[in-house]
Write a protein that binds this ligand. Structure first.
Ligand code: BG6
Length: 459
């Protein structure tokens, strides 16, 4: 068992990620008695401790219906601020002074990748890297080459087992449910292959745009923002073989093994889109060709999956917000029973809802009422929240794990490098962008890509 971290340092504490995700996570950990250590915010903005506490309270209030004052006061009592430039050595000297009593601080880099190098050097120079853990946000680099470089920078200062690479989809209970579904149930195991499955569709749709992050988003785009990481993690969980044991290394070994079977994506079977009006947003470069939508076909060339297309689709300003995996089974071998109108019955579908209201819906054929023996689809559905109760938020679990030194829910270096290898051919394709209307499912070519695409069930 690794020893728990005894201080948390948030670089980029004035940013969006901290206020949306990390303050609520720290509050929740405090409420569960998992956090009672100094939490130090670092940023260039000249904030004082009071501003930090006020911002933390606001973000906790936004994430919760009501705030438990005793819990918040306990968190606030641990919060303090250091304002300083990331390139200025005195920033790190002040931090080292503040962390004098901490033996295993954890450093969360919620900062633009361009300043990673300065921060890592700064921490190393004052001796903090040698005894700390570091959490790095995705995207991890911009492509395969830069991800190797970033890795070298991190490893020059931190031991490999003290580097935590976030892909928050790995921290989501709804995503982890895929793993439990696959390996805790015998029911579907014999069917989980190309013999019985026709195709798999994975959709990450968002009804909103860049939410004030256009300046960042424009340098990234949908492929680097979610396809390379979140969506490929979901592919891996759906497609992987059972790990040898339940530990982190065995899990990551199988993840990498299945990713290695995936062919690099092809521009020919990829549609990149940009919503109308994107180029007028503040922060977006004139004439930007950054994609806010991408749909692609992925092939897993393994014994289990050869011949089963995986269709991936993600976009901003879609008709609704939903993350889903739809597994479409093959039709019965004999078309004995027909639909009411005499046509072939629809295929069975297994729909994993991974976003809000997560759960599973299975679409099966059932006999229609009346003398005719015909059938139509009906749904068997479970809502995990209703069936199982409250689940934890991803960032709360991830911070908790990193403080314990647990790697299971973090992306391994070779996983990330496989992910870059897969997406590399579709990064930045000049002239390959199609405009789509806000509130549509993206360019028409994308719908055509997957013959019978099943849009997410919007609620
Ligand atoms: C983030 C992306 O990693 O994931 C965002 O940067 C995206 O653009 C988000 O909106 C989606 O995560 P979730 O948990 O809301 O599905």
């Amino acid at each position: 068992m690794h020893q728990r971290s005894d201080a948390v340092v948030l670089f980029g504490v004035t940013g969006d990620l901290v206020s949306k995700k990390l303050f609520p996570a720290l509050y929740e950990l405090t409420r569960r008695n998992r956090l009672d250590v100094p939490v130090i915010g670092v940023a260039r903005s000249p904030w004082d401790d009071q501003q930090l506490v006020t911002t933390a309270r606001k973000s906790v209030a936004e994430a919760n219906d009501e705030i438990d004052d005793e819990t918040f006061d306990a968190l606030a009592g641990n919060l303090s601020m250091i304002s300083g430039d990331y390139a200025d050595p005195t920033t790190y000297q002040r931090l080292a002074e503040r962390l004098r009593g901490a033996e295993r601080p954890v450093f969360y880099l919620a900062i633009p990748p361009a300043v990673f190098g300065s921060v890592i050097d700064g921490l190393a120079t004052v001796g903090l890297a040698a005894r700390g853990r570091v959490i790095v946000e995705k995207p991890f680099g911009r492509d395969l080459r830069s991800s190797h470089e970033l890795d070298r920078t991190l490893r020059a200062a931190f031991d490999p087992e003290r580097i935590f690479r976030i892909d928050h989809y790995l921290g989501k209970e709804s995503v982890e449910s895929l793993y439990a579904f696959r390996f805790a149930n015998r029911l579907f195991e014999p069917l989980w292959n190309s013999e019985h499955i026709d195709n798999i569709q994975i959709t990450l749709a968002e009804a909103f745009g860049t939410q004030g992050r256009a300046g960042f988003y424009d340098t990234v785009g949908a492929t680097r923002d979610v396809l390379q990481n979140h969506m490929l993690q979901v592919v891996a969980l759906i497609a992987m073989e059972p790990p040898v044991t339940g530990d982190a290394e065995a899990f990551h070994d199988e993840e990498v093994a299945v990713l290695r079977h995936i062919e690099p994506l092809s521009p020919e079977t990829t549609v990149r889109g940009q919503y109308a009006g994107y180029r007028d947003e503040p922060g977006v470069a004139p004439g930007s060709e950054t994609e806010t939508f991408v749909a692609t076909r992925l092939n897993v060339n393994s014994k289990r999956w050869a011949g089963v297309p995986f269709y991936l689709r993600t976009g901003k300003f879609m008709p609704g917000t939903a993350t889903e995996v739809v597994v479409e089974f093959k039709q019965p071998r004999q078309a004995l029973i027909r639909a009411e109108d005499g046509t072939r019955t629809a295929a069975n579908l297994l729909r994993f809802r991974l976003g809000r209201g997560d759960g599973i819906t299975m679409s099966i054929q059932a006999k229609t009422p009346g003398v005719e023996v015909a059938s139509r689809p009906v749904d068997l559905s479970v809502d995990f929240g209703a069936a199982l109760g409250h689940r934890q938020e991803a960032y709360e679990r991830l911070l908790d794990d990193a403080m314990d030194g647990q790697q299971l829910r973090f992306a391994r270096k070779d996983t990330i490098q496989q992910e870059w290898r897969i997406v590399e051919p579709i990064l930045d394709l000049p002239g390959h962008i199609q405009t789509y209307d806000k509130g549509s499912w993206g360019p028409a070519d994308a719908v055509a890509l997957a013959g019978g695409w099943h849009p997410p069930a919007l609620r």
